[in-house]
Every structure is written in C-alpha cells, then in structure tokens.
Design a protein around this ligand. Structure first.
Ligand code: GDP
Ligand code: MG
Length: 299
C-alpha cells in the first residue's frame, strides 16, 4: 500500500512493419491494435494501457512515418508520430534486426535530439541464426545514441519482453494511475470496433484493397440484450466497393461475421452488426474529408 506507484507514457515508434503493434499487443496481453504484413495498418495513436500492482504503462502506438507519400493521410500520420514523441516519459524505438532503411535513418535523426529516455528494441531476433551478428550494428547505433539502452527482443515469440517491460518500468515517474485498472484504451469503443472491421477487410482482401478503406461507425446502440452496430466502409473507387461486397454480398458477409465474433468478445455481449460500403472518392487526398472522418485530432 505504501509502495510508490509509477505511471507514465511510452511512445512506441519505428517504421512500418518492424513489429510495433505485435509488441504492444504482447505487452498488454490483449489484442487491440491491428497487425498485418502490410505497412500502414495503424493509422491512429492508439493508447494501450497496462496496469500492474506497482505501475501503469500507457503505450502510444504511433503510426509509421512515411517519407515519400505526400498525401494528406500521410501528412496527418507524420504529425501524429511527431506529437507522440514529445510529451512522453520514454520512447521505445523498434527496429528490425539489421535491416536498416532510409526510414529508420530518418527516425534516428530525430531521436538524436530527443530529450526523453530511449530504448532501442531490436526486434525479430527469432529470425536471426546468430545473435552475435547484431553486435557491430548495435555498436554503431550506440555511438550515435549514447544515452539509449539496447535490447534484442522477439515480439512474436515473447523473447526478452519481461526484461523490456521491467526496463520500461524503471523510466516511469512516480505518479498515480491515470486510468482505471480495467481500461485498456481511452479511445472510444466505437473506434476499436471500427478498427476490428478494418482489420478484417485488410486480412481478407489485403492486396486488392490497399489502404483505400476507412470505417465509420454510424450507429452504436444497446437494444435490449444486444448492441446494434452500423458500420460504413468508405472506399476510394467503385471497383473496390465491388470487391469488398463480393459475389452476391459474400465477401461483405464474411468480413461482417468475422468482425462480429471479435466485437462480441470485446464487448462481452451479443452484437448485431450491419455493414455498408460507399464510395468516397479521393478521401485520403482531401484534408477536409479527413477531418470529417475524425482524423483531425493530431497535435
Ligand atoms: P508494425 O507495422 O510495426 O505495427 O508491425 P506489426 O506488429 O504489424 O508486424 C508486422 C509483421 O511482422 C507481422 O507479420 C508480424 O507478425 C511480424 N512480426 C512482428 N514481430 C515479430 C517478431 O518478433 N518475429 C517475427 N518473425 N515476426 C514478427
Ligand atoms: Mg502497427
């Protein structure tokens, strides 16, 4: 009872596909962020929260930083990523083994000026035959980030994650919990529901419907013992709409039923889920359209 409690914000940054969502999901022990092989599946700074006896860690899962795609959506994403790096107690920079790209370099340049403490998590070590191979790379990075701590991990297999979590704990300030114990995200349930639908579309259609879809929850209402949810899937082109709907509505039905199973688990009650698909041309190129879809709250 008299033990001091720690609480703080931890930004998880890194280029797309290095395993940020996998890491946060694993640390939180519940699936909230969507992961996929394709970059750019995380478009929001989702907060994942883990509360233990002695601490509360609030993870900010930032979107990837996109260098050569000047479209509005990417400008927004860069803004969120930048904002997430400021005002946090700790930054965890996730990189993929020895794969060092221009994007990693770009992030590193920003981190050289960072004031918050920094942990570099070298992920996917399960795919390395010999971990010694990392040493020269780590040495080089350490020369450029002299204050950083380095930790090889496998977010997928769970290797070294307890150690990483303990290390994270050391950097949190003494503070009371900011969120209730059972709260996993401070994003609205609606948002998480929309993400689940979007994940099913990406998983089922992947290649065919690139990043061209977004999901809006139009209705979210308790109806007796069940919750009725109406979700609108917005795509950029007529062709994408046809693909998502599928032959005789078959694809949409299967997206809907997979999403419903997950949403029922999340909400712990029966759900009636209805999906619609609508073409909203060039939504990702239009700042105003983005704002109307709720993408405006990056600061
Ligand atoms: P993000 O874009 O950084 O959030 O990356 P994701 O968490 O979505 O992961 C991208 C891909 O890398 C997914 O297919 C993950 O399963 C995979 N991945 C993540 N962590 C690991 C890891 O430790 N080992 C291996 N082998 N794959 C991983
Ligand atoms: Mg992600």
């Amino acid at each position: 009872m008299n033990e001091k409690f720690r609480c703080g914000y931890v930004a998880v940054i890194g280029r797309p596909n290095v395993g940020k969502s996998t890491l946060v999901n694993h640390l939180i022990g519940q699936k909230l962020n969507i992961t996929s092989r394709k970059p750019q599946t995380t478009r929001h700074a989702i907060l994942g929260i883990r509360t233990d006896e002695d601490r509360q860690v609030i993870f900010v899962d930032t979107p990837g930083q996109h260098l050569d795609q000047p479209r509005a959506i990417n400008r927004y994403m860069n803004k969120v990523a930048k904002a997430a790096m400021r005002d946090v107690d700790l930054v965890v920079f996730v990189v993929d083994r020895l794969k060092w790209t221009a994007e990693d370099e770009q992030i590193l340049l920003r981190l050289e000026h960072l004031e918050s403490p920094l942990i570099v998590a070298i992920n996917k070590t399960d795919r390395l035959s010999d971990k010694e191979m990392l040493l020269p790379h780590v040495k080089e990075l350490a020369a450029r980030l002299p204050k950083a701590e380095f930790m090889p991990i496998s977010a997928l297999q769970g290797d070294n994650l307890t150690e990483l979590y303990d290390l994270i704990g050391n950097y949190l300030p003494d503070a009371d919990a900011h969120f209730g114990e059972d709260q996993i995200t401070d994003r609205s349930t609606r948002f998480v529901v929309a993400e689940i639908v979007r994940e099913k579309i990406l998983r089922q259609l992947g290649e065919e419907v690139p990043y061209a879809s977004t999901v809006e929850i139009e209705k979210f209402e308790q109806q007796g013992s069940l919750i009725e949810i109406h979700a609108l899937i917005l795509v950029e082109r007529e062709g994408q709409k046809r693909i998502i709907i599928g032959e005789g509505g078959s694809r949409l039905k299967s997206v809907g039923s997979e999403a419903r199973v997950d949403i029922e688990k999340l909400l712990d009650c029966k759900v009636l889920l209805k999906l619609w698909v609508k073409v909203k041309s060039n939504w990702s190129d239009d700042e105003r359209a983005l704002q109307s879809l709720g993408y405006q709250d990056a600061h």
